[in-house]
Every structure is written in structure tokens, then in C-alpha cells.
Design a binder for this molecule. Structure first.
Ligand code: SF4
Length: 179
């Protein structure tokens, strides 16, 4: 009996989507990945809830809000290999630049001082910020770190190729792949 195809997911937390753009830069290699794995959840597919039994998940972005926190805990519980995908996930990078300022002064600057119409800090719809934007591994266990801002398409491909074959990728060789 043939082995079931691995179930692949990608997630976008507090990032600029540049890591997902780099994912798309794999170009024709996306077709090869699509033949070797099922993309079961991603900003690139229309599915609302994170499914059970995901084999590999690439997580872009820092954990910055209560919504991110809930999401990443669910993702971790339902994923075998969790990949910190890009520098915002690995170090908090750009989202982490707000950490020395603090959440409250940041919100006041954005929604009160800079607003010309109806200044107020939103209490609904916009997820509540955590006191700091955190790297993913500060919140849940991470299995593989994929650095770069963004990681190059070659490095993403190498990482997926290895993981889908059941091997541990050597992402420390990022420089070789232009990360
Ligand atoms: Fe954007 Fe760079 Fe962060 Fe990726 S690592 S989400 S490209 S800022």
C-alpha cells in the first residue's frame, strides 16, 4: 500500500507576507511540491480552520496578539513538524521593533495622536496586542528554524524537500542558498 502524502500547511501571523511571496518564488518547483504533499491550510488556499494531523507547517511572523497566541497553540497541538519561517518568526525581527515602546504608547500613537477623525483605541475586531511581539519559539516548541528576511526560495525548497523525505534540513547553510 502506498504511503499517504504528507499534509503541508503555511501560516501567516505578524509578518509582512514577504516570506509567503518568497514561497511563491519557488515558481515551477511549486508544482513538484504539490505532487509530493497536500497543501491543507494556507493563506494561499480557502480554508478557515486549521486541520488536525498536519505533518509540516511553515509559520511566518511573530506572535504579537492574543489571536496569534491562540492560533499558534492550536497549530502546535495539531502539527508534527513546526518550522519557524523567516526572521520575524525566528527572532521577532520587524514586529519586535515595537517592544521597547510598549503596547499602550504604540496604540495611542497610532489611534489617538495620528488620527484626524474619531480618535479612539479599538476595543473590538482588532485583536488585542500582547505586551511584546515574541519569536514563535518563546511560545511553543519549534522543530526547525528557517532564517532570512525573507528566506530565499532555494532555501525554502531545500527545507521542504528534506522534510518531505523525512530528513532534517540543514538550514544553517542558508548563505549557500542566498538567505
Ligand atoms: Fe516580512 Fe522579512 Fe518578516 Fe518575512 S521575515 S515576514 S519578509 S519582514
Amino acid at each position: 500500500m502506498s504511503r499517504p502524502r504528507p499534509r503541508l500547511a503555511t501560516v501567516w501571523l505578524d509578518g509582512c507576507s514577504g516570506c509567503h511571496m518568497s514561497f511563491l518564488d519557488m515558481d515551477e518547483r511549486l508544482l513538484e511540491i504539490g505532487q509530493r504533499a497536500d497543501l491543507v491550510y494556507s493563506p494561499l488556499v480557502d480554508r478557515k480552520d486549521y486541520p488536525e494531523d498536519v505533518d509540516v507547517c511553515l509559520v511566518e511572523g511573530a506572535v504579537s496578539s492574543e489571536e496569534d497566541l491562540d492560533k499558534i497553540r492550536t497549530i502546535r497541538a495539531r502539527t508534527r513538524i513546526l518550522v519557524s519561517f523567516g526572521d520575524c518568526a525566528v527572532t521577532s525581527n520587524v514586529p519586535g521593533m515595537r517592544n521597547p515602546i510598549g503596547a499602550a504608547p504604540l496604540l495611542e500613537r497610532a489611534y489617538l495622536e495620528n488620527a484626524t477623525l474619531n480618535p479612539q483605541v479599538p476595543s473590538e475586531v482588532v485583536p488585542r496586542l500582547l505586551p511584546a511581539a515574541l519569536p514563535v519559539h518563546r511560545v511553543v516548541e519549534v522543530d526547525v528554524f528557517l532564517p532570512g528576511c525573507p528566506p530565499s526560495a532555494d532555501l525554502i525548497y531545500h527545507t521542504l524537500e528534506e522534510l518531505l523525505e523525512g530528513r532534517v534540513p540543514d538550514t544553517a547553510r542558508g548563505a549557500r542558498f542566498g538567505a
